[in-house]
Unconditional design. Structure first.
Length: 183
């Protein structure tokens, strides 16, 4: 089983979470790849829709985000980790997720009573969304969990596993990702 962890974790709390995951991955012997968004070149989506109609699944920007999406598609599980920013993703993760539009088709389907796009690929990795921050209030947590639900509905279609980490005692929720369980 191939695991991918895409992270925006340059602050002390994020680095502590990342260290925990690296130690656990090493102990488990599982294949886990870590991608640091701070080292990934990515342009913001400009909404040209070429990835839908002109070059299906491929963005006009030839940057590292293309390789990240290929890694995602070829993984069994993917975890996105970032600080909770006003109840949402960090800007770096938001840019990457916006670029994921090429992973769906430009057609419409009804899903959970809403209009969505069908997936381009036969399977998607099981997604995990992990947000962290010491001062996250209940409203921010609810907004972040809704971001996870929206990500699930728009891209993955599988059960979204959203975890919010406030302190070290919450780290055990991350173990489920490596063990192949839902959060």
């Amino acid at each position: 089983m191939k695991h991918l962890i895409i992270h925006d974790t340059s602050d002390p709390q994020g680095l502590e979470i990342l260290g925990y995951l690296k130690d656990k991955a090493s102990e488990s012997g599982r294949e886990v790849k870590f991608l640091d968004l701070g080292k990934v070149s990515r342009h913001p989506c400009r909404g040209c829709f070429n990835c839908w109609v002109k070059t299906p699944g491929k963005c006009i920007f030839n940057d590292d985000a293309q390789a990240v999406m290929k890694e995602e598609i070829n993984s069994d599980r993917v975890m996105y980790i970032c600080p909770v920013t006003w109840g949402g993703y960090s800007p770096a993760l938001k840019i990457l997720l916006d670029r994921s539009i090429g992973k769906v088709l430009p057609f419409f389907v009804r899903y959970k009573g809403e209009t969505h796009h069908p997936g381009r690929y036969d399977s998607n990795p099981v997604p995990y969304l992990t947000g962290y921050g010491k001062g996250i209030d209940q409203e921010e947590e609810e907004l972040f969990r809704r971001c996870g639900e929206n990500l699930n509905d728009n891209i993955h279609r599988d059960a979204m596993n959203t975890v919010v980490i406030r302190e070290k005692s919450d780290f055990s929720a991350l173990d489920r990702f490596l063990e192949g369980e839902e959060a």
